[in-house]
Design a protein. Structure first.
Lengths: 475, 211
């Protein structure tokens, strides 16, 4: 780990309150998951995992086909699909649309993909107000922090932290009762929902045969985000697509159980296109922004591309003995825990934080709880091997660079060059017509030895070009 | 344009060419258990109550109307345009606004109302879930903005679960822009993992299942 994250890890380990908060929260979520997938209430859990894995695998192996099918069906229902290769393109699209619609206020529901590309910061930089509406995300936006956990973003904040943040940023009296804090947020955010020009959501699934986005949540903020404003923009990674509406049943049974131990989350919205003729409410415009942001880099590797199956349930975080000690902010990017350790190096490049794949005991717990059966420990091992290969390459590069530096020096110092030539010429043996077939010790090592093992050098001429030149008068 | 660039990158990375048919996808996995209608209703009630929702079986439409009337006494309510609510005589109860077709009017009414009254297209027994399909009869905001949601649903619409729903509706998008599954009252546990109900959506939900 780099120095920065080394410090964060040590700070986290030294903070007894934080340690307790992480351990209790993840422990509770872990236990609730175990109860929700127990044999008595979900006897076909393992079959569902296998099936979910097969669907994800099939989709990723035919990703272009399903993206195009999804796009066709969104368009057929009156929506529009926009492809963006990175955060700049996402922000440019939203900014362009906001300008056209004369929009000022944006409400946002939880989306890890927009966290990836720092969408809020980019929008605010251009004078738009972009408000997170998930309670945890809202608290963190006020505190200027990034999510601590994929599904429980403010897991590290106590009610006293929240009281302080609200007092400072919302100008409300100090309030430490959690129900009342929630009511404060509800009241502030309700105003925002009703005044907002644009709603931006994420998506848990993109359904190809329906052109629909599926959004899973408990609070109702995603429903408000996608129902109240005139414009709905869903931002999602390209890997979120699944083939059929009927596949949604399989994933719904797994997602909430794995995330929070609920049989279903409170709201599962299946949204396709803007409000239709006759429907009383709903957005007038519907956009789906499909984001690459590094995902296509994962596709060529048949083994590691399974990292793209992730449905962001957070079960691997809750069960990971490393995450449960070092917490979410010790990880270098928005994704933490075992899934963060495998996708961060692949999205950002292995050199971004080469220690990451090693921040695991390889105990295998993450792979066991993954609802789509990503073999996380296997991918971690592959990444470790990649890190080592990159280090070796780096070392070889250093030797090569040194050799070229010596060569350059030689070429820019004619006298030394000439002397070296003479020395090389003197190596030629008298017999065998002067052919050099091997290098005498102690220089018979490394690349020179290897090169000569298959080749012979012709005898050196009795006079070098420079000597001949000088003899002719040096003109 | 990024569209073609990204699709091209995807294709070259997975070794496919444009327009190439995919291998057949894994078969759909939908298993409908055999559960008698009566048990579906009982399970629905048990599941919803476990989530701190209210659910009860009522013998007649008139009984449903009376229960709704007493629940909204002295309060303001908005009813959806569902024909079933009209059949029960709920849309004309005192204090109930209904028949709203204009979005701004609806939004304003729902924002001020104490109670939102809807029916539901289906209910799922094994999870205690309401299935709300947006249409001229059911708007999105009635089950969302008011702090209390009451749903009046005929028992015959209670399905076993998700697998049956997606068997009946293989393509929900063909008939609606929005299908929402509601499972219990709005909730959060974002502060110290303490459960709080009614954070953005209704904090109370009552379902009357009419025989």
């Amino acid at each position: 780990m780099s120095v920065e994250f080394d410090h964060k890890i040590h700070d986290t380990l030294a903070d007894a309150n934080l340690q307790l908060a992480i351990y209790t929260a993840t422990g509770r979520l872990k236990q609730k998951r175990i109860e929700a997938v127990a044999d008595e209430i979900l006897p076909d859990y393992q079959e569902l995992r296998t099936h979910a894995n097969a669907i994800k695998r099939h989709t990723i192996e035919n990703l272009d086909h399903y993206l195009e099918e999804f796009e066709r069906n969104v368009t057929a229902h009156g929506g529009k699909v926009v492809y963006c290769k990175d955060g700049t393109e996402v922000a440019d699209f939203v900014l362009g649309l906001a300008k056209e619609r004369d929009a000022r206020l944006i409400v946002k529901s939880k989306s890890m993909t927009t966290e990836e590309v720092d969408l809020n910061e980019r929008l605010e930089h251009h004078g738009l107000e972009s408000v997170e509406t998930d309670l945890g995300e809202y608290i963190l936006q006020l505190a200027h922090e990034r999510p601590y956990h994929i599904v429980a973003p403010a897991l590290h904040k106590t009610r006293y932290d929240v009281a302080e943040i609200f007092t400072k940023r919302l100008n409300v009296p100090n309030e430490v009762v959690i129900e009342k804090q929630t009511a404060i947020a509800r009241a502030v955010l309700r105003e925002k929902f009703l005044a907002a020009d644009i709603g931006i959501s994420g998506a848990n699934f993109l359904v190809a045969d329906s052109g629909a986005v599926v959004i899973i949540e408990n609070e109702g903020n995603a429903r408000l985000t996608t129902s109240a404003p005139k414009v709905h923009i869903a931002v999602a990674g390209i890997e979120k697509v699944i083939p059929r509406a009927q596949d949604v049943a399989t994933f719904l049974k797994l997602l909430a159980r794995s995330a929070t131990g609920q049989l279903l989350s409170v709201y599962s919205s299946f949204l396709s296109g803007p409000r239709r003729p006759g429907e009383v409410d709903g957005p007038e415009e519907f956009y789906v922004v499909l984001v690459d942001n590094g995902r296509t880099k994962l596709l060529p590797d048949r083994g590691k591309r399974q990292s793209l199956y992730c449905i962001r349930c957070g079960a691997c975080l809750n069960t990971c003995p490393v995450y449960r000690k070092i917490g979410g902010h010790s990880f270098p990017w928005v994704y933490s825990g075992p899934i963060g350790a495998i996708i961060t190096p692949q999205f950002m490049g292995i050199s971004h934080e080469p220690g990451l794949p090693f921040a695991s005991s390889l105990c295998g717990a993450c792979g066991e709880v993954c609802p789509v059966k990503i073999d996380i420990p296997r991918v971690l091992l592959d990444l470790r091997s990649d890190v080592k290969k990159a280090e070796t390459r780096e070392k070889q590069n250093r030797i090569e660079k040194l050799a070229f530096r010596i060569f350059a020096w030689l070429m820019t110092h004619p006298r030394v060059y000439e002397m070296a030539g003479k020395m090389a010429g003197s190596l030629a043996p008298a017999e065998d017509g002067g052919w050099i077939r091997a290098i005498p010790p102690p220089m018979n090592i490394g690349p020179a030895q290897a090169w000569l093992s298959q080749r012979d050098l012709p005898p050196a001429p009795s006079m070098s070009f420079r000597e001949m030149w000088r003899k002719r008068g040096g003109r | 344009m990024s569209r073609d660039h990204i699709l091209h990158r995807v294709r070259t990375s997975i070794g496919r060419s444009a327009g190439q048919e995919p291998a057949p996808p894994p078969p759909v996995r939908l298993r409908i258990p055999k559960v008698p209608p009566d048990l579906r209703v009982t399970t629905f009630i048990m599941r919803l109550e476990a989530l701190a929702g209210n659910a009860q079986r009522v013998p007649t439409q008139a009984a449903a109307r009376d229960l709704v009337a007493s629940a909204i006494a002295g309060k303001t309510a908005v009813a959806s345009n569902s024909p079933y609510l009209a059949e029960c005589g709920i849309d004309t109860l005192p204090g109930v606004r209904s028949g709203i077709r204009d979005v701004n009017e609806l939004r304003d009414a729902c924002e001020k109302a104490d109670v939102g009254i809807t029916s539901a297209d289906y209910a799922l027994g094994d999870t205690g879930t309401l299935v709300m399909i947006a249409s001229p009869a059911e708007a999105r905001l009635v089950s969302l903005l008011p702090p209390v949601h009451i749903a009046v649903v005929p028992c015959g619409r209670v399905l076993t679960g998700l697998d049956e729903l997606f068997t009946i509706l293989p393509l929900p998008a063909e008939q609606t822009s929005s299908m929402v599954l509601i499972t219990g009252p709005s909730r959060t546990a974002d502060i110290e993992q303490i459960l709080v109900r009614g954070v953005h959506g209704p904090g109370r939900i009552s379902v009357l299942l009419v025989e």
